[in-house]
Design a protein around this ligand. Structure first.
Ligand code: MV4
Length: 499
């Protein structure tokens, strides 16, 4: 096993990986950009290496700086987390070149699944259902019209290099194709430096259901159930659940076996996810593969009772998977909320700033993966994910109740967060009945009679309470000087009686 591991990431996921390192007896090494000098992930690691300025391109996205940091620290392995370099095959190549180990799949598997068109070819070869469409880029709009006539409108143009909904256009008729083709192409070029687009049949109001996989270097692949990720806003997941409330044991087995076959065809090892679209008839289609650990992995961990980061590290070091398909047992239900420094009342605008108060939820079935602390300032340079609140219970209704309880225990003061939005969301009939698709949040927020249920009064109360708390604490810190003749016991008794 590795003695030292470099975490090429920041925030809550870097803290999460450091925890796994501790549990495996591995020394975690942090990297940080200038504004992250005081970040939590730096505090929880044994060593921390400055890798440059705020701009990610010159720090967290610099392969050279990451490899150099690993060399200088003497780390033998690099965990890229999610985002940043996590799905960059050039990092995988550079890591190998440097004689280090990537906690991730091979560069070849990343390349194969990184292109949406080549991933579709792999899925088809594995016998997986894919949406009707092309498996290579279209040369021009005329070819797109020809392909659409075979598929039938509506269709979707997608960037071959895509992901995150960029370079994507719905096309409803021949007449729309010309402009949609050039718009999708230029958006793809701007986002991915690759203008190529392909075409797919459009699936109306799908659910997004993804299968978690783990594979080892011997080629063994195991699926660990699915996650329901349909609650999204502008292609950002907001809430994730395990299991999906709409997937039967039979459908789970079919999706799981399909996902494992796709990963096997790609020569995949490490944690990975196969995303599917699930239509209203219950048919599913391969969408894409994520060749990394995902943000929402905690809900799977809670339901299957296994630590995916432990497994990732063990598999990367050459150990076989510690369990088989028949060992995977799903129990209960888990739900995760992504707490962002964003203002739900202002169209989820990023809201960086100083955090003056943190009250963390706990108790039975509650897990908090956080990258913040009281007094820390959220930098404006990065994704504003602060923490993930996940709950587990015996069944979904109990998990929803527990989530409502845990959300009410949770306070983050000084900045706006998405917490008030979640408190409203859990109270909604549609959420309690799991009656939602990928368009639910946009429709809900656009409906002014409902979007305003995200309580602005509650928001102000939280702001006032935080300010009072900060003042009160400042006084308490100076109090001992005035109470110098009193015993600590009396003082603590007075504090207690004040509550
Ligand atoms: C689709 C689709 C409908 N039909 N493909 C969005 C992100 C990108 N990874 C793929 N996406 C979609 N692809 C076909 N053929 C609808 C979406 C989609 C979506 C998918 C999952 C979760 C949220 C979504 C929100 C809007 C559109």
């Amino acid at each position: 096993m590795f003695k030292k591991l470099l975490i090429a990431n920041r925030g809550e996921i870097a803290v999460r990986i450091a925890r796994a390192c501790r549990e495996l007896g591995i020394i975690p090494v942090a990297v940080y950009s200038e504004p992250d000098r005081t970040s939590l992930h730096v505090r929880v690691c044994d060593e921390a290496i400055n890798i440059g300025p705020a701009q990610a391109a010159e720090s967290y996205l610099s392969i050279e700086k990451i490899i150099d940091a690993a060399r200088r620290s003497g780390a033998e392995a690099i965990h890229p987390g999610y985002g940043f370099l996590s799905e960059n095959p050039d990092l995988a190549d550079a890591v190998e070149e440097a004689g280090l180990v990537l906690i991730g799949p091979s560069a070849a598997a990343m390349r194969l699944m990184g292109s949406k068109t080549s991933a579709r070819r792999v899925a088809i070869a594995a016998g997986a259902p894919v949406t009707p469409g092309t498996t290579s880029a279209l040369p021009n709009a005329e070819e797109a019209v020809r392909a659409a006539s075979k598929i039938g409108y509506p269709v979707m143009l997608k960037a071959s290099a895509g992901g995150g909904g960029k370079g994507m256009r719905i096309v409803k008729s021949d007449a729309e194709m010309g402009s949609a083709f050039s718009l999708a192409g230029s958006e793809a070029e701007a986002s991915f430096k690759d203008a190529s687009v392909y075409i797919e049949k459009y699936i109306d109001r799908p659910r997004h259901v993804e299968v978690q996989l783990m594979g080892d270097r011997s080629g063994k692949i195991v699926y660990l159930g699915e996650r329901e990720c349909s609650l999204q806003r502008r292609h950002q997941k907001v809430v994730e659940e395990c299991p999906s409330p709409v997937v039967s044991p039979e459908l789970r087995r079919r999706m799981g076996e399909t996902a494992a076959a796709i990963a096997a065809a790609a020569g995949y090892w490490n944690a990975g996810t196969i995303e599917f679209l699930l239509d209203s008839k219950g048919d599913f289609y391969f969408l894409e593969m994520n060749t990394r650990l995902q943000v929402e992995h905690p809900v799977t961990e809670m339901v299957v009772g296994r630590d995916l980061v432990h497994e990732q590290i063990k598999v990367a070091s050459g150990e076989p998977l510690s369990f088989s398909q028949s060992d995977v047992v799903m129990r209960g239900a888990a739900i995760e909320c992504r707490i962002y420094a964003e203002d739900p009342q202002r169209n989820f605008m990023p809201a960086p700033g100083r955090i003056t108060r943190v009250e963390t939820p706990s108790g039975p079935g509650v897990r908090l993966d956080s990258g913040i602390y009281e007094g820390w300032s959220v930098p404006m340079h990065y994704d504003p994910l602060l923490a993930k609140l996940s709950v587990w219970a015996e069944n979904r209704p109990a998990a929803v109740q527990r989530l409502a309880r845990a959300l009410n225990e949770c306070e983050i003061g000084g900045i706006q967060t998405t917490l008030p939005f979640f408190r409203t969301l859990v109270s909604l009939d549609e959420f309690q009945k799991a009656d939602y698709d990928t368009g639910f949040i946009e429709r809900f927020m656009a409906d002014s009679s409902r979007g305003e249920q995200v309580d602005p009064v509650l928001r102000d109360i939280v702001a006032i309470a935080s300010a009072l708390h900060a003042t009160d604490k400042a006084h308490r810190n100076y109090a001992p000087a005035a109470a110098v003749s009193e015993s600590k016991w009396k003082l603590s008794g007075r504090v207690a009686s004040r509550r």
